[in-house]
Design a protein around this ligand. Structure first.
Ligand SMILES: [Zn+2]
Length: 151
């Protein structure tokens, strides 16, 4: 049997998008947003959305201002706690952050790496303040970071 679909308004701009019976939505052709599941609940519980990462209310602000959707550093960290493996691009390189779970490092450690280096942090606070690319803290260069996303 063919999967049923219906048109529903995009949760950002209101343009019609396809909702598939077995879950998922099409990309919005007008604003580029994509809805996975319940982004209101995800924002309340985790402070993010899926699969776009940037939270729904933040995305609506960005859309109103004519800005592209982009998660801020705080949302990136929340996404990391939610999903465990994240990526972003910076000056042509792809960087990865993930949570390493092991009984010796309860509850987990934060690993930040690329092909050139690996950094490890034992608290969210340390990761937030110290994760860096060649000495430049991520929090300070986030404006230049591109496409923070789930892995
Ligand atoms: Zn839209």
């Amino acid at each position: 049997m063919k999967e049923k679909t219906e048109l529903v308004p995009c949760e950002i701009c209101g343009y019609p998008v396809v909702h598939y019976e077995y879950g998922g939505y099409s990309y919005c052709e007008k604003c580029g947003w994509r809805r996975g599941g319940d982004n209101i609940e995800l924002e309340q519980q985790w402070g993010i959305s899926y699969p776009m990462l940037v939270s729904l209310s933040h995305a609506r602000e960005q859309y109103k201002k004519g800005l592209p959707f982009k998660a801020d550093f705080d949302e990136f960290i929340k996404g990391l706690l939610f999903y465990s493996e994240m990526l972003f691009d910076y000056q042509g390189e792809t960087y990865e952050a993930y949570l390493y779970r092991n009984k010796n490092v309860e509850p987990y450690k934060f690993v930040f790496c690329c092909t050139e280096f690996q950094q490890e942090y034992f608290s969210e606070k340390d990761f937030r303040e110290k994760a860096n690319i060649l000495g430049k803290c991520l929090k300070d260069i986030w404006n230049e970071v591109q496409d923070p996303r789930y892995m």
